[in-house]
Design a protein around this ligand. Structure first.
Ligand SMILES: [Zn+2]
Length: 94
């Protein structure tokens, strides 16, 4: 498997402080104050399902603001658990 994992941040850029996470949906930087910000990992469903994954399998991670993820990841069959965003699980009753 020749494909490399995609690193959204350039490790050459230096210190940890220089790392910047950019929201996949809106393209804006994600501030540390966005405590519910998420990382979304994308990989092959079938490799995952058959547990035939190796460390070399292509996988990509994207980042998102909590509010962008909530707005854009509204699924047809299930909701993202509020706890993912560091919130109490009481919004389901709405
Ligand atoms: Zn965003």
């Amino acid at each position: 498997m020749g494909r490399k994992r995609t690193l959204p941040c350039d490790p050459e850029k230096g210190s940890i402080e220089a790392l910047e996470f950019q929201c996949w949906f809106c393209g804006q930087g994600i501030e540390r104050s966005d405590v519910g910000a998420v990382i979304i990992t994308i990989e092959s469903l079938w490799r995952w399902e058959s547990e035939s994954q190796s460390d070399d399998d292509p996988v990509q991670s994207v980042y998102a603001h909590s509010h962008c993820a909530k707005a854009k990841l509204e699924g047809a069959t299930m909701d993202i658990e509020p706890s993912i965003f560091g919130e109490e699980d009481d919004t389901r009753l709405q």
